[in-house]
Each structure stands twice: as C-alpha cells, then as structure tokens.
Design a protein around this ligand. Structure first.
Ligand SMILES: NC(=O)c1ccc[n+]([C@@H]2O[C@H](COP(=O)([O-])OP(=O)(O)OC[C@H]3O[C@@H](n4cnc5c(N)ncnc54)[C@H](O)[C@@H]3O)[C@@H](O)[C@H]2O)c1
Length: 368
C-alpha cells in the first residue's frame, strides 16, 4: 500500500501567516504513516526548517499545480482568483458556499477540472459542531486589540498599525506594558462569553491582570431581557462575540451613547462577530470593517464627550499565527487521520456531499 499523502501548499493571501498543518501535527501524521509534503513559504509563521526537522518533504513555493492530481492539497485560505480548472482534491476554506461574491466561479473551477473541495468551515462532528475553528484566538486577539486601543486612547492617541505577535506571551506582555504594567482596574464586558471567541476574550483579560469581578461574562441568559443594555456603557471595553442567527434587539445604540453624555465609561467596542453589514447587526454604531493598519473607527459622539472607538477586524487570529495554527491544526488532526478513508468516514463523506450539492448549484448558476 502506498503511503497516504498530504501536500501543504503556501498561502497567497496578504498578511496570512497561519498554516493548516503545523510541524507538530505534521510529525503526528508522519508517525501515523503519512507522507507530508510542504511547500517552502517565507510568509508562514513556521520556518521551513521546522517541517524538515520532523521529516516532511520540502518542495518549491506554489508548486502544487504540478503535483499528481491524486495528491490531496491542503491549505487554509482561498486560492488566488483565476479561471484555471482545478483537478486536485483541496482541503481549505473556500468561502463559496453561502453565495459570497464570485462563489459560482470558484466552484465551476472544480467542475471543469474534476477536482473536489472539502471546505474546512463545513467539517462537522456528529453533533453538528465544527471540528476545527479559529474562534478562541479571534476573541483573545480581539480583546488584546481592545486593550491596546484603550491604552492609546488614555494617552490621547489612536491605535496604530497592528502586526502579528511571535506568540501569546509577547502579546500579553505588550498589552500589560502599554496599560502601565497591568490591566488591573480596567472593566470589560464580553457577550457570547460561553462560545469559542468569548472564552478567548475572557482568557486574555485574565492574563493581562483584570480582576475577575471586572470581567462581566454574558451569554444568552443575560441578554434574554433584550437590549439596549445600559451595562455596556459602564465598562471600559465591550467585546461582542455572539454567533448571530436571527434578528435581536440592538445591544447598544447611538442614541443611548449620546444620551449617556459625560457619564459614559465605555471607550472601546470590539466587534469580534463582525456582522458589520448584516441588517441585524446588534451594534449599529459603526458600519465599516477596520484593518490591521487602521484598527479603529471613531463613533461620532459629538463634541465635548469622551471618545469611543470600534474595532471590527474580520481576521483577528492572524495576530497570533503560531498559537492559532497549532490549535486549529490539532483540532483538525483526528479528521485528517481519517482522510485516507474519506469515502466512508462520516465527516469527510458529509463534506463531499455538501460540495457536490453546491457545485451543482454553481453549474446551474453559470449555465455550464
Ligand atoms: N473577527 C474574526 O476574526 C472572527 C474569527 C472567528 C470567528 N468570528 C465570528 O465570531 C462569532 C462567534 O464565533 P464562535 O466560534 O465563538 O461561535 P460559538 O458558537 O462558539 O459561540 C457563540 C456564543 O454566542 C452566544 N450567543 C448567541 N446569540 C447570543 C445572544 N443574542 N446573546 C448572548 N449570547 C449569544 C452563544 O450562546 C454562544 O455561546 C461568529 O460570528 C464568527 O463568524 C470572527
């Protein structure tokens, strides 16, 4: 029997330093009998030598199109736009199952090439929960960005360029230092605190030194009474981490912020959920996604009132590429070990069924 292969391709998306396979998970796959091929990639947070050291076979950057079509290609983010047919099997986030812009063009590349897509967003366990997701580090990094914005605001400045941190410790130290040594005294409210992102946000606040009583943790029970919530105006940082599924009353409104006048404590809102353009966005006080080079957008509060800014970056885990990759990849590992039996393994068979459904819709939409 030939060894099963997984080919880790490079990432081409700007700022993306994360990887679907880490040296740790690669070494576990190799121990289980896989041949792991890794494209050299300077953009990746892990050095090529770290993969080489655990026994991966290193190949040229972006050379996957030359791999035998029977070789499964694994990556994280979508491939660069193109009309080239895709004959391989790809495991990745493709962002084309929810009618996103260009969805049918992406899927028609698989149709024309005869390839298969296993979308990482839709790999689910028997209870319908995603087998691997980046939420925890999104919340963690979002809360850190919020604390950094608060520190900047206290110094009369706006938060400047955010760049990925080498590791979690470096991020925590940086935030503590800019808050004058500790986050003690800062008050924060996390809504969606029981979810992946929410747990990450709470963890960051603990690690930078907020007192437990100063971290308000809300989930469905606490918001059941319906917003807007005056409690949000009484903390320094509000982090929204909910998974929005339907229309709900706003958590905080512009009118409420203005009416609070000088008595408002709220300085920074971090919208990790980023339902920015969703008509049901429960934080209708801003309307753009912010970016690493301009992380905050000011809320128009009129003159003479304390500043209020919003962070709404939709790829926060990129700020912690090492830990975010390690966690995601280790959560994915049990499923990857089943990949050679993908025709019968439930998680992969379900994902393939979904791909075939979506591909058929795309074929119809494109008139192929
Ligand atoms: N900004 C980013 O970089 C980034 C990265 C990953 C995920 N996200 C987004 O973050 C959101 C949360 O993701 P997750 O993986 O943590 O989801 P999750 O399902 O693990 O957690 C969501 C939590 O929100 C709670 N919730 C839902 N509706 C609520 C309400 N009305 N009031 C209070 N609590 C409510 C749920 O009970 C749950 O505990 C999603 O929208 C996801 O797309 C953003």
């Amino acid at each position: 029997m030939p060894k099963p292969i997984l080919w880790l391709r490079c990432e081409k998306k700007e700022f993306e330093r994360r990887a679907a396979l880490t040296p740790t998970t690669s070494s576990k796959l190799i121990a289980a009998g896989f041949n792991v091929v890794v494209e050299r990639d300077e953009q990746r947070i892990f050095d090529d030598s770290e993969y080489e050291a655990v026994g991966c076979t290193l190949v040229d950057n972006n050379s996957w199109p030359t791999a035998p079509t029977s070789t499964p290609i694994i990556g994280l983010k979508e491939l660069p736009e193109s009309t080239d047919p895709l004959p391989h099997t790809h495991i990745q986030f493709a962002h084309c199952y929810k009618q996103q812009a260009g969805w049918s063009k992406v899927l028609s590349r698989f149709h024309r090439g005869g390839g298969t897509l296993y979308d990482l967003e839709f790999l689910q366990d028997a209870n319908g929960r995603r087998v691997a997701a980046f939420g925890f580090h999104a919340g963690f990094a979002g809360a850190a960005a919020g604390a950094l914005a608060l520190a900047a605001q206290r110094g009369g400045n706006e938060l400047g360029l955010l760049t990925p941190f080498a590791n979690e410790g470096a991020m925590v130290n940086n935030v503590r230092e800019l808050l004058g040594g500790s986050g003690k005294g800062v008050r924060a409210l996390v809504i969606g605190a029981l979810g992946r992102c929410g747990r990450g946000a709470v963890d960051l606040f603990r690690k930078i030194g907020l007192e437990e009583n100063d971290i308000l943790k809300w989930d469905l029970d606490e918001t059941a009474k319906g917003g807007p919530f005056s409690e949000i105006l009484e903390v320094d940082i509000f982090v929204n981490c909910i998974y929005l599924t339907s229309q709900i009353p706003s958590f905080v409104t512009h009118e409420q912020v203005i009416a609070a006048g000088k008595g408002r404590r709220l300085s920074v809102v971090v919208d990790v959920s980023c339902d920015t353009t969703n008509p049901f966005n429960p934080i209708p006080i801003y309307n753009i996604n912010t970016t690493f080079d301009k992380p905050t957008v000011p809320v128009d509060v009129g003159s003479g009132l304390p500043a209020l800014s919003v962070i709404s970056i939709d790829h926060l885990p990129t700020l912690l590429p090492r830990e975010a990759s390690e966690q995601f990849s280790s959560d994915l590992l049990p499923s990857l070990l089943e990949f050679p039996e993908r025709e019968t393994s439930r998680v992969w068979a379900d994902a393939k069924r979904l791909f075939l459904e979506k591909k058929a819709e795309a074929v119809k939409a494109e008139g192929l």
